[in-house]
Design a binder for this molecule. Structure first.
Ligand SMILES: C[S@@+](CC[C@H](N)C(=O)[O-])C[C@H]1O[C@@H](n2cnc3c(N)ncnc32)[C@H](O)[C@@H]1O
Length: 459
């Protein structure tokens, strides 16, 4: 860094400043400007005046922590959760819900203008989450043990330390109830239980994962690091099997280092190895590791969006299809659905779903989308494509094939408005943006889901 650049930075580490929060950023922090210099501040609420301390200074931005609130914002609400600010799960639980949604709309508009270079397009109003609390159908708990006993928890914000949680306000209620029952049962045997430590790869119990469905059936998974099933685990299972919501208790064996949660092998200790979820007339089997949208209300909205914006009897390609949750529920509408998914165990599940539901017009391809897209579009005479990639967005080859083969219509669904905007920028030469609808799939956090319809430009 040159001396000149250094002099132009108006803040220094450790400095105390009075600032007004002007905005919320994608990533979760709030933003204040000081002499036109951007400062990111966790948990600030727009329109509040604060005393902050600068914690980090970079060339074009700084970070700060709140020391004191001078004037509270009209957008402030008291966070429901006592762990807010400690646990890394929620970013905006101290912002009233309506305003969280408005800031997400603003972030999307900003990204469309600045990354996609789309200036005069007005996206739809965000679809709000109903309810904005207690919506997640799945959770993966880390564990900690101290002198008093064993606790379930989540990572602290920006850290791998675990904070104990006795209630999470974005989890469905039955998951909180079961988590507390598991906590109590584990603590009966606390002296026998060792918790896995990712630093030295020692210890037995690694994660506890719960998933539930619309019927409130709960599947409990203990992820352990050894083949041996300890006696305490059998006794804990016996206690938990008497609980109302629990329909299955499973052990997942994960012997690998690293932060992958699930191993390949499982053993059922009680009840079933999965829960069933019905969307429209299709039954899905969900085991502990299946990818499934975490918010059922929003999944229905996505299916509705695809239903409204696709053509009857179309030949549909569902790229990045997972277990087919977005298109299989619409099987009656389409002539053919081809689902491409890279994970073998996911396509195995998909094939089971097809058999279970007797779906005759669905074909599954286990492959990388980028390796196979061109062949499928051409050979299968695809009319319309559903894209729902992971956070990093579309592989460059997907973009070049779409620009070359130009299928009639693309429905692009994304959980990352930044990579979505980058990809749209590269498609908009050939495609007209017909519709963009944001969804508040993950309320209380900064995350934002986007659905869009792109139509091939007529020459
Ligand atoms: C955001 S999820 C969407 C799943 C599905 N559309 C749904 O809503 O349930 C993305 C999916 O893409 C899969 N995936 C990731 N990279 C892929 C690739 N290169 N080719 C095909 N599938 C991929 C992941 O395994 C995951 O199932």
């Amino acid at each position: 860094m040159t001396k000149k650049q250094n002099n132009s930075i108006p803040v220094s580490k450790g400095q105390k400043l009075e600032v007004e929060i002007s905005d919320l950023a994608y990533g979760g922090d709030s933003i204040a400007k000081y002499k036109d210099f951007t400062i990111f501040i966790p948990y600030g609420v727009p329109q509040s005046r604060l005393i902050i301390r600068i914690t980090e200074v970079k060339n074009n931005f700084a970070r700060g922590d709140i020391l004191k609130i001078i004037n509270q914002s009209p957008f402030y609400k008291s966070p429901e959760c006592k762990f807010f600010g400690l646990c890394g799960g929620c970013d905006w639980m101290n912002v009233i819900y309506n305003e969280q949604c408005k800031f997400k709309e603003k972030i999307l508009k900003h990204m469309l203008e600045n990354i996609a270079d789309i200036k005069n397009f007005i996206p739809d109003k965000i679809i709000k989450n109903e309810p904005p609390l207690f919506y997640r159908n799945r959770v993966q708990y880390k564990l900690i043990k101290d002198k008093k006993g064993i606790n379930l928890g989540f990572f602290k914000a920006r850290s791998h330390d675990v904070v104990k949680i006795d209630k999470c306000f974005i989890l469905k209620e039955e998951l909180n109830i079961i988590a507390n029952k598991i906590h109590d049962a584990l603590n009966i045997f606390k002296d026998e239980i060792s918790i896995y430590d990712e630093n030295n790869q020692k210890g037995y119990l690694r994660y506890i994962c719960l998933r539930t469905n619309k019927e409130n059936d709960v599947l409990v998974t203990f992820v352990i690091t050894k083949k041996e099933i300890k006696n305490w685990l059998i006794k804990v299972t016996d206690i938990l099997s008497k609980e109302n919501f629990i329909k299955g208790i499973v052990i997942n064996f994960n012997f690998e280092k690293g932060n992958k949660i699930f191993g390949e092998k499982e053993k059922v200790l009680y009840g079933k190895s999965l829960v069933m979820e019905k969307i429209r007339d299709v039954q899905f089997k969900l085991d502990s590791s299946s990818f499934f949208q975490v918010n059922n209300f929003m999944l229905e909205k996505m299916v509705e969006f695809i239903e409204k914006n696709t053509s009857y009897n179309a030949r549909i390609l569902d790229l990045y299809g997972g277990i087919g949750a977005l298109t299989l529920p619409l099987h009656k509408k389409f002539e053919k659905i081809i689902v491409v998914e890279v994970e073998k165990n996911t396509t195995d599940k998909l094939n089971e779903t097809i058999k279970l539901n007797n779906l005759i017009n669905v074909r599954v391809i286990n492959a990388k989308a980028e390796d196979i897209i061109e062949k499928i579009i051409i050979e299968q005479k695809i009319d319309e494509i559903i894209l729902d990639p992971p956070r990093k967005g579309l592989h460059p080859r997907i973009i070049s094939v779409l620009n070359k083969t130009k299928p009639e219509k693309i429905i692009y669904i994304s959980c990352n408005p930044a990579s979505f905007s980058r990809d749209i920028f590269q498609l908009k030469h050939n495609y007209l943006i017909k519709k963009i609808t944001p969804l508040d799939q993950f309320s209380q956090t900064y995350h934002l889901e986007v659905m869009s319809v792109l139509e091939r430009k007529k020459i």
